[in-house]
Write a protein of this length. Sequence first.
Length: 328
Amino acid sequence: MCLTRRLIVLCFSCALPWVMQVSSAVDVVSSASPASRVSMPPPDSEGTTSTLEVGDARVHLFIEGRPFERTQQELQDWVQHSAEIVTQYYGGFPVAEAWVALRGARGSRVMNGRADGYAGAVINVDVGLSATPEALTDDWILVHELIHFAFPSVPRRHHWLEEGLSVYVESIARANAGDLSADAVWTGFLDGMPRGLPRAGDKGLDYTPTWGRTYWGGALFCLLADIHIRQQTDGRKSLRDALRAIVAAGYDMTRPGDIRDVLTVADRATGVTVLLDLYDEMRDQPVPAEIDSLWAELGVAERDGIIVYDDAAPQAGIRRALTQRLDL
C-alpha cells in the first residue's frame, strides 16, 4: 500500500469513535477544547504527504486536504519540533519509523490526539483550521502523544502508567528543551496532581481507572519516582535515565511488555529499585493520602495566581533540576 493510501486509512478509519474517546480525556489534562461535533465538509483534496528526518528516525506526515490557515511548512515545522523535543529527552526518537496524520477541525488550536501501536507507531491529531502560530508553539498534545511511542503496550490495568508518563514527561521535556517555563510546569502540576490523589473508596492505581487516577495519579507516580531516584543517587540519575533504558532495551508502543520486566530494566539503569518499590506501594493501595507536604519539601506554592519558590526548602535543588533547560 502506498504511503498516502496507508495514512489515509489510518487517519480516517473508525474516526468518530476515537474522537469521542479522546476528547474527554484531554479535558482532564488541560484546558484544550474538544473537537467540534459539527460535521465538516468533505476534504478539498486527498491531502499531502512528506517524510521528516528526526535523527536516525523517519516520521511520515500526512496533512489532510483542508483549508488550514497555517502553511504546509508551518505544520511540518511544528511536527518536526515536537519530535525533536521527545528525541532530546530520550536521547533518540523512540521508534525507527512513525506515521503522523493531521486532520482538519473547526477551531483555532490543536484539539485532540491519539497514539496507536497496532499498525505501527501511528498518531492522529485534530488541528483547528484557524490554528494560530501561537497555538502550535504552545501545544502540548502532539508531544504527549509522541511520548507514548517510548513505552510498551501493557495490560489495561496499567494504563495509568502509559498516560501518567505522557502527562509528566511532556511538561518536563518541554521545560528541558526551553519551550516551557518552570512557572508553567509548576502551575500545571500544582493544579493537576491533586486530581490524582485517591478518594474515599479508591484502591490502588491498578484498580481505580478513573480520569484523575489514570492521568494525574500516573503523573504523580512519575513525579515521585523522579524525585526519589534523584535523592537516592545524589542527583546522578533521574527518571529520564530509567526511561531511556526502556527504549534502549527495544521496548516501544508497538511491542507488548510485562510491567515488572519493564520496570526492572528501568531500575537497573539507575542502580536503585525506586520504580518497582513505588509500583508495589501504589498499585493496590490508595496512597499517597496528601500532597501538600511534597510541595513544601520542594519549596513551591501558588499564591494569588503567582508561583512562589522557597530555595531553602529541603528538596529545592531537585525542584530546580527537574525544570532546568538542558543541552542533551
